[in-house]
Design a binder for this molecule. Structure first.
Ligand code: SF4
Length: 685
């Protein structure tokens, strides 16, 4: 246990939510009681997290049109403008955009604020850009989405792990310590730091992972590697999938993906021969206009081999953002209510409305998904005002120049932020808010383990929490004129009180936190949901006995490959793929302000193969212009044979990469196609 001058808490960044202690002088050190990083590991983002708390760029005064103002002035202005816009254009003229880094308490309160105080259906969050297609595929196959439906420590005993589109050596390095035992099969168009650790690296053309998964499953059938007993006992629908796989013979898949047949055979034979094996997906497989079907194809492969729901084996999605898992459970998503319930489920509406003290009819229906919401801002039928919490879409949204233009067309843009991010710089009003170690709240990590991120230091003077901003605005807005409810529902500001309400609102849903308390989280170093009652032990492996479908069996779903939404042509002859680097996190709003991280990765770059560079007359260090149908961006050239000859790579932590990316949406999850588009690459003379 830490001493009295040391606070046990968790990292501000990614979904591994490494345990850390914050001591005097804000020195950060790893905890050894949190299994994900019990080995004492943190990545360089974690080690330097204390600097976030004393950063000179910190906002401490509300800004109204760029000028510092008193809190009451800013709150009164926003409430008056929201009321006027609502009165003139209706409740859906006001939109809310949340984030996958917000605590569970904030995600819950934001959903309630949108539906109860504003009465708007227009709420979604940046997690839609993160793993929504894996979530949709998991719900389709297993009846429930819980990132990894097993503790990360289960990976320690695996014999083989197939990682599709996840560069964990850079995005969450401590996880690599759980992957040193198994044979790693990495699917990635680049020879990433993770691929360098692999026993086998499959390097497909960007946008062809779905074909590759179909080819692997075809081989499993052709070589009689299917676990027929498991398929018969625990699944339905395999016959249709078996039929649908017939045309994905390996030579055809090699032509589409560029992955040699013998490598596909090696991969599927290793997976089938393993006693314990896992198939894991990350953003590389998921961020596509066919992301749900791509993940479904990998799940079909895992089911055919008999992996999900077996001790020591399984399928899982490696969630990215700090609270990417909890952020999708408590109601900040356009189509969901707390407890990971569907917003159009009558029973869920009745249950949640009773907790909120309003008639179920007052809860609006589903709204627009994240990109569709951003795309509609300021249009005749779209929202006129946007409240943004913990998100920086000017850097992180696809077609980001278009998104910035839409933000500029609003009557009112309000952001809650810690620093003046690129998006906050465009806002009419900026509220300076507390950050991770300045406030207490729960986070649900990539395993579905609910953790307590504790306050370690007081916030700077002038700063308030997002919960206080929500409550202050709700108080000013008062009862909704169009609602039958004549009182303004209360919005608590104490995280523990909000958590208690969240548990009641989510009770009975898939993500049931009823039995979880702050005290239990501390005593048990986290509790896995579902945990439906006080004495319940929590559920580390929810699919061991049965899946969360009506009959308890997993669903095979037939899917077919299709090309990316945008293919290369004479004008845009090269694929662009995007991703992360070790030193930075998401849009970089935090990490680009931390000196050691900036020294480690000071600027954006374009990675290209030596052969492509030679053909284009580009040398290492040259300034390169990359152009897509949506915009242009410049960055320094890095020459590397780790990337395919037909592809360039750009990290997305800076403005630039997402000016180019394609907002084509997955029809099921509404995930944009971040991971592949067509570009032209030129030396910038
Ligand atoms: Fe751990 Fe992720 Fe934080 Fe790095 S960024 S220390 S991997 S939680």
């Amino acid at each position: 246990m830490p001493g009295s001058d040391v606070t046990a808490t968790h990292c501000p960044y990614c979904a591994l939510q490494c345990g850390m202690e914050i001591g005097p002088e804000l020195v950060v050190s790893p905890r050894t009681d949190i299994p994900a990083n019990a080995s004492g590991a943190l990545c360089q983002k974690g080690w330097t997290a204390g600097e976030l708390l004393v950063n000179g760029a910190r906002l401490t005064t509300p800004l109204l049109h760029g000028e510092p103002v008193e809190w009451e002035v800013a709150l009164d202005h926003v409430a008056a403008r929201l009321a006027a816009i609502r009165a003139e254009h209706g409740p859906d003229a006001v939109a809310v955009f949340g984030g996958g880094g917000l605590t569970n308490e904030k995600a819950y309160q934001l959903g309630k604020f949108a539906r109860v105080a504003l009465g708007t259906s227009q709420i979604d969050y940046n997690g839609r850009f993160c793993m929504s297609s894996a979530a949709a595929a998991s719900i389709r196959a297993f009846g429930m989405d819980r990132g990894l439906p097993f503790p990360v420590t289960d990976l320690d005993d695996a014999d083989v792990v197939l990682l599709a589109g996840a560069n964990v050596a850079e995005t969450m390095p401590p996880l690599v310590r759980h992957l040193t035992g198994p044979r790693l099969i990495v699917v990635d168009p680049r020879r990433t730091q993770t691929a360098r650790l692999a026993w086998l690296h499959l390097q497909p053309t960007p946008g062809t992972d779905l074909a590759l998964a179909l080819g692997l499953a075809h081989l499993a059938v052709a070589e009689e590697l299917v676990d027929e007993a498991y398929v018969a006992a625990r699944t339905v629908g395999f016959d249709d999938v078996r039929t649908s796989l017939a045309s994905w013979w390996p030579e055809r898949v090699e032509r589409i993906t560029g992955v040699p047949v013998h490598q596909m055979r090696q991969a599927v034979r290793a997976l089938a021969a393993a006693r314990n094996a896992y198939v894991l997906t990350g953003r590389g497989a998921e961020q596509h206009a066919k992301g749900t079907d791509t993940v479904t194809a990998f799940i079909n492969l895992a089911l055919a081999l008999g992996l999900p729901g077996r001790m020591g084996s399984g399928y899982g999605c490696l969630t990215g953002q700090g609270n990417g898992q909890g952020g999708r459970e408590h109601g900040q998503k356009a189509d969901q209510l707390p407890g990971y319930r569907k917003i159009d489920d009558p029973a869920a509406r009745e249950h949640v409305a009773a907790v909120w003290g309003i008639p179920a009819a007052d809860i609006p229906g589903p709204g627009r998904s994240a990109y569709e919401l951003l795309d509609a801002l300021g249009t005749p039928d779209g929202p006129r005002a946007l409240l943004l919490f913990g998100s920086n879409p000017v850097v992180s949204a696809p077609a980001s120049e278009h998104v910035a233009a839409r933000l500029g067309a609003l009557d009112l843009l309000v952001t809650c932020d810690v620093v003046l991010s690129e998006t906050a710089a465009l806002a009419d009003v900026v509220f300076p808010v507390t950050q991770w170690a300045e406030e207490t709240g729960t986070m649900t990590n990539l395993e579905g383990r609910v953790l307590l991120r504790r306050r370690a230091v007081p916030p700077p003077a002038g700063v308030r929490s997002d919960l206080e901003v929500i409550a202050a605005l709700a108080r000013r807005l008062g009862p909704r004129s169009e609602s039958a409810t004549e009182f303004a529902p209360e919005f608590a500001t104490d995280p523990a009180e909000v958590f208690d309400e969240l548990r009641r609102a989510g009770a009975g849903g898939p993500a049931d936190y009823s039995g979880i308390t702050y005290e239990r989280i501390v005593a048990e170093t986290g509790v896995f949901w579902p945990c439906p009652a006080p004495g319940h032990p929590g559920t580390p492996r929810p699919f061991l006995d049965s899946f969360a479908t009506p009959d308890g069996r997993a669903r095979f779903v037939p899917v077919q490959h299709r090309p990316p939404a945008e293919e290369t042509d004479a004008d845009y002859p090269v694929h662009l793929s995007t991703g992360r680097v070790l030193a930075h996190y998401q849009s970089g709003a935090q990490t680009r302000r931390i000196a050691p991280l900036v020294r480690a990765a000071p600027e954006p770059y374009v990675e290209l193969h030596p052969d492509l560079a030679e053909r284009l007359g580009i040398a290492a260090g040259d300034m390169v212009r990359v152009t897509s149908r949506r915009g242009q961006s410049k960055a320094v050239a890095r020459i590397s044979d780790a990337i395919r000859r037909d592809t360039v790579f750009m990290p997305f932590h800076w403005e630039g990469a997402n000016r180019l990316t394609n907002p084509a949406l997955d029809p099921v999850s509404r995930m944009p196609e971040f991971k592949v588009c067509a570009v032209r690459v030129e030396r910038d003379s």
